[in-house]
Design a protein around this ligand. Sequence first.
Ligand SMILES: Nc1nc2c(ncn2[C@@H]2O[C@H](COP(=O)(O)OP(=O)(O)OP(=O)(O)O)[C@@H](O)[C@H]2O)c(=O)[nH]1
Ligand SMILES: [Mg+2]
Length: 486
Amino acid sequence: MAQVEGNHPTLLIDGDGNFNSKFVEDLKLAAVSRPVAVVSVFGVQSTGKSTLMNSLFSTKFKVMDASQGMHQTTKGIWVAKYPLPNPNGGHEILAVDTEGSDGIEREDDTKFEKQTALFCLAVSNTVIVNMKCYTVNLNNGGNQPLLRTVFEVMIRKFCTPRKVNLVFVLRDKNKCPQHKLEEQLKAGMYKIWEEMKKPKAQLNASLEDFFNIEVVALSSFEDKPEQFENEVAGLRERIISISTSGEGAAGSTPASGFADYAKKIWDQIKEDKDLDLPRYRIMVAEIRCNAIAEEKYQSFCKNRSWLQIEKDAIKVQGFGAKVSQIIDIYLSQYDEEAQHYDETKRDASRKQLTEDIMKVVKPTYLSVVEHMRHQILEKFEEAAMDELKENGVLVAMNTNKYINRFKNQLKDAAVKQANWNQYAGQLIQLESEIDHAIKIIRDTNELLEQKKKDKRAFWFKLGSVGTGALTAATAVGSLILAVALG
Ligand SMILES: Nc1nc2c(ncn2[C@@H]2O[C@H](COP(=O)(O)OP(=O)(O)OP(=O)(O)O)[C@@H](O)[C@H]2O)c(=O)[nH]1
Ligand SMILES: [Mg+2]
């Protein structure tokens, strides 16, 4: 696998326990929607943890400069991104490097060490325990207390039991065959496990209920660098494979939401509370899905094409298709960014986003439809007047023609994502407006006809008086009536 320029790490939690919420921005993960797979390392101080992570993930964690003497290098908890784009089935791989245990710097204070172990177990898909080969019997080199800590926090601190990949990386491979080393290491682990005081509910739990254990021995990075690199390549493949299959601690929490998730866990650890990972995942899903939806809503409101349509709505041809297309852009972006969050929370925020966008779109849509209805009604009235002129009466107008035309226009204006009824109400309104128009035209016509009749009656009455003097007037009146009646 070709390596690319490694990513620089950023501080996740400093040595005093302060959480750096900005790490997601530091690592440019804020817009990354694919889920994270986390691989962390811990082990005794100066055993080559940072060196191993750098070799595995092309990261640039700080390593000890031996020319300055043996000393603690990594303080606190650091994180870096494995820089290969989309390395394995869409996961973003985060490497977490930790402060070594058993250093003189913290004297007998093991609180931070316990918190670190718990944090790594809580956020990681895979935890690497780094140790020198010659310390495998666990009676020296500080590994025994470290493993006891790991096992204890795992069995005590999680509300729901879960499984973590625990990969023991034995450094500076010696002549002792790997299966022997593995046997010895496991014997020591089972001993610690058996002796450990377990909570009542977990009295019969086995190590394998909590861990998928793997053991790998590596040649010395210093003395056999080529062999070391080759072996690390195989280890990298294995670790990526086990870290990206199965659910993992963060579930499918996307990289963009990982800061909220990790922060929640660290806060609980500092307060010495038990960890409820499924609940944090849901909480983070709710916060993040709402935030994504809000961002998409704001972007829609500022979209230039939409603002143009809103301005010239009644002149826009194919209003519905155009608006639906713009809305689709933002709903698809939402789907993409929220895809890995809890489904229920994701769906709820999407529904809210759609409703919010519709509140913006609806007044414009209504003005378009109203305009269309007025135009259809105008056309109908014109046709009715023409018919009246031609036939003298309004017999049976083909109103269906206008209703169907309006139906087609409504289809054109329909916004496909809308959650309001776009047809029934509008059609009923047009039908009643047409009926009303027919009634008005008929009534007016009848009134006119009546007036004409009244006029005729008047002139006939006048004509029947029969005096010579009036004959001329009658003739004019008849003429006017004739003219008036056309
Ligand atoms: N013998 C040997 N030395 C190594 C190996 N890997 C790294 N080193 C050296 O060990 C020293 C410590 O390496 P780091 O990677 O800083 O060790 P670390 O465990 O991260 O140290 P802390 O962060 O202080 O706990 C450096 O001088 C490395 O060059 C190895 O495989 N074998
Ligand atoms: Mg280090």
